[in-house]
Design a protein around this ligand. Sequence first.
Ligand code: F6R
Length: 609
Amino acid sequence: MCGVVGYIGGKNAVDVVVNGLKKLEYRGYDSSGVAVVKDGQLQIIRSVGKLKNLEENIEKKHLKSNISIGHTRWATHGKPSEENAHPHADPTKSIVIVHNGIVENYAELKSDLEKEGKEFKSETDTEVIAHLIKKHYKNNLLFAVQESLKEIKGSYALGVICKDEPDKIICARQDAPLIIGIGKGENFLASDIPALLSYTRDMIFLENGDIAELTTSRIIITDIENNVKKREVKNIKWDYVQTEKKGYKHFMLKEIYEQPRTIEDTFMGRIYPDEGRVYIKKIKLSEKDIKNISNVYIVGCGTSYHSGLVSKFFFENFAKIHAEVDIASEFRYREPILNDRTLVMVISQSGETADTLAALRLAKSKGCITLAICNVVGSSMSREADHVLYTHCGPEIGVASTKAFTGQIAAIYILALDWAWRKKSLSKEELKRYLKELWEIPVKIRNFLKESGSVREVAKKFAHKRNFLYLGRNVNYPVALEGALKLKEISYIHAEGYAAGEIKHGPIALIDNDMPVVAIAVKSKIYEKIISNIEEAKARGGTIILIASESDKIALDNEDSVIYVPDCDEFISPILSVIPLQLLSYYVAVMLGCDVDQPRNLAKSVTVE
Ligand code: F6R
């Protein structure tokens, strides 16, 4: 939801900011802009559409400076237009800001400012912040920002520059991520790590309420009352090249192919299949604590919610703990029964999704034990939860989540096996077997990806269809939901995921010979059941795309298709069966000419409710 970048130092700040924005374009891509101070004046350039339009504009105007802030937008208030694009300045053009977040009381503030004779140029909530800062400005930008933020209700990651103080950037954070990058004779700010990785690995993750002043040589962090705050500097290990496409046409394809490694990175050093043991150092829950947990709520949004649905099976079958799964935006507004024996596990790739973060805060306020499964180091959820288990997937840039899903499943699988060991709810032999199954998965995915031509063929055959049904059962029912979500979001094709046993209760009415039915029928204890459901669909004219286990040589009708995946145990099978579905949606989207990495109306990190 909008990306913010800022730079002050010896380089051409506009280049640094635009490079950073390129890495943040996944956060929003309907318009963008930059502002600089040059020769004592503010200059602002904004463009509608993708960042390349802004770059062309910058080039035409030869914009250069050693201080700049920039923004890439995902519209909340006001349509995508040049007027609504950030940066926004006050009417005298002395203060300019970029903002990610929402000013909840903007209507009230705007009306007060209008009564004072101030004119507004945009329909955004952000513009009021620029007006307020100007109103409070008395030759001290930091003070003016502190005073203005006292009047603002809502969320913000803010970058501010002023023509009269061209040696500093002020930034502030409340409920929207903001990171400071530390350089030598230069400093940076950005909404997310990838924007800064090519310049520095030393980063400070601002906390809510922090306001910072950056000059070329100094970083001062205060709160709204000007009390100085000390924040830890973290060294980020992510590899810069992970944020590049590395020869792949799209980030999504690269990220699909990265999965053998990202799954391995997530379990490596944490599991010992020969001993039947899992060691997760960072979670400081004792055996007694774990035995005391009465139930687990698993909460997330979108793809992370789907991995939560898979995880429920792990908690119940391995650790024998009752688990419920909830969509974060629902959980936070119903009155879930929570107490200090409830573990609330939030799952989030970004660690910043507004609804999931709110669910985490609700759980904390009720005294629950909280655990975050996150990919982004230092993200809000990872800092606010009592415990964090990181997936080691590296940056996920494609808006459609792929490697985060399989990384989350791998992480929670080992967590549940660890608890099973501590609770002695599985035998040593069972633990060894389940760990070995996970250990072998990366090789199986690698082998599948080498031979994945069949998926492209299936995509070619069905790309023109306008509706798809996805069916799965048990642990692969969430995979059906995930497959349908992937197709919807990047191909704009209507797709529904169903529990296969449920179709005769309604959805079967949709099936005719124009409706492809993607059915996940890998080997499992309910294999025969799903095969019967497939027969029901075929009897109504449905064309089947079957995801089946390699050892299962199924007899198919001519018009049907099958994609074989390597055999594995059913609990870990979602990690494998989702791969052909990710690829299927990818190839269909490419065949339809869709913008795979930046699908319409979406943003990677949903930091607004
Ligand atoms: C789908 C997708 C979204 C995210 C959801 C949660 O491909 O990317 O559904 O999974 O917005 O995001 P995180 O995991 O960052 O909380």
